[in-house]
Design a protein around this ligand. Structure first.
Ligand code: SAH
Length: 199
């Protein structure tokens, strides 16, 4: 998977490739679908949600340029696979998921694999996790209709945020925080599940 789908498409950061080689992706996928774990596409994880395509995980992770000292916020834990990749590379990962049942399974998998630097909570990620802010890096794993202001607020100056933005037409935006604004570093057409707004 790492050689053919990720390195071959241009993800070159050895730390990202090593991290993705270490994380057993199949253990994050419901047992009946584990045969599909290393395929070149998203896989259903229940509740109408999917684990992102491996290449997209590699691309998003590389875009963040994570350092070992970094604290990272993730919106949309899902099955916890991306969370584990982030946890391999950073000091602490704070991850928010709105579906309790998914969060429970993800927590169990991450604990079984021995990750002690992952902190999880259930709720609406549009608001971020202000109590633990600021974050050096932020990753959105569900598409926001527009860039959530709270996420930019909770990023350190110079910090990087990667997030799909849009509804029917989505762009995976890589942004750097510069004062009160953000600078667009790159943009890629994608299709993610929507980031649901809680009433
Ligand atoms: N990286 C995850 C991707 C899961 S799909 C994985 O590899 O499994 C996106 C996830 O975002 C879903 O689990 C969905 O429930 C969650 N989500 C959607 N809207 C959300 C919101 N407002 N706050 C937090 N999580 C949200």
């Amino acid at each position: 998977m790492v050689a053919e789908q990720i390195r071959a498409r241009g993800v070159a950061d050895p730390r990202v490739l090593d991290a993705m080689s270490r994380v057993p992706r199949h253990l994050f996928i419901p047992e009946k679908d584990r045969g599909e774990a290393y395929e070149d596409r998203p896989v259903a994880i229940g509740f109408g949600q999917t684990i992102s395509q491996p290449y997209i995980v590699g691309f998003m992770t590389e875009s963040l340029q994570i350092e070992p000292s970094h604290r990272v916020l993730e919106i949309g834990t899902g099955c916890g696979y991306q969370t584990a990749v982030l946890a391999e590379l950073s000091r602490d990962v704070y991850s928010i998921e709105r579906i309790d049942a998914l969060a429970t399974v993800a927590r169990r998998t991450l604990e079984a694999l021995g990750y002690t630097n992952v902190h999880m909570r259930t709720g609406d990620g549009h608001a971020g996790w202000p109590e633990e802010a600021p974050y050096d890096r932020i990753l959105g794993a569900a598409a926001a209709a527009s860039l959530p202001p709270a996420l930019v607020e909770q990023l350190v100056e110079g910090g990087i945020l990667v997030i799909p933005v849009g509804t029917s037409d989505q762009q995976l935006q890589v942004l750097r925080k510069r004062g009160d604004t953000t600078q667009l570093l790159s943009s890629l057409p994608v299709r993610f599940v929507p980031m649901i707004r809680e009433e």
